[in-house]
Design a protein around this ligand. Structure first.
Ligand code: FES
Ligand code: FES
Length: 157
């Protein structure tokens, strides 16, 4: 018999609890148990960034986090930011700059960029490149994505 671990955490502001397997990754819990399909399954080894979520405000790859480890944590996905003005602005700039094609990588890019922008970590285009280096896109190339983030955060006051 496989034991499970009752794990409680906050998902997009709401308390949830799951009976997770001890070796269950958060990516699977979110997609398969909690139906959060914006969190994408890519490489499953921490290299592509498509499964990025915010864990206590920091972008992390959910394929490398065991669900029992997030007991008591605050997890945010793009669904939790739909009414956040800075996030909405970021999404609009992705659209304006043509930074989305298939969209598979986009939730991960948006969450990584959102965290960097709202923490005031982006002062130059080089900062954007540095913060987004863990997210891969096979469609757009990176210039449009970097331009979209720059349009959100580097515009003149
Ligand atoms: S699926 Fe997690 S980093 Fe690629
Ligand atoms: S838009 Fe298709 S992988 Fe990035």
């Amino acid at each position: 018999m496989i034991n499970t671990v009752l794990t409680r955490f906050k998902l997009n502001g709401k308390e949830v609890e799951v009976d997770a397997k001890p070796n269950e990754v958060l990516l699977d819990t979110l997609r398969l148990r909690l139906d959060v399909k914006s969190v994408k399954r890519g490489c499953e080894r921490g290299e592509c960034g498509s499964c990025t979520i915010l864990l206590n405000g920091e972008p992390v790859t959910s394929c490398l986090v065991l669900t029992p480890q997030v007991e008591g944590a605050d997890i945010v996905t793009v669904e939790g930011l739909e009414s956040d003005p800075k996030f909405v602005e970021l999404v609009e700039n992705f659209v304006k700059e043509g930074a989305i094609q298939c969209g598979f990588c986009t939730p991960g890019f948006l969450l990584t960029a959102y965290a960097a922008v709202t923490k005031g970590k982006v002062k130059t285009p080089e900062d954007i490149r540095k913060h987004l280096e863990g997210n891969l896109c096979r469609c757009t190339g990176y210039v449009k994505i970097i331009d979209a983030v720059a349009r959100t955060t580097l515009k003149p006051a």
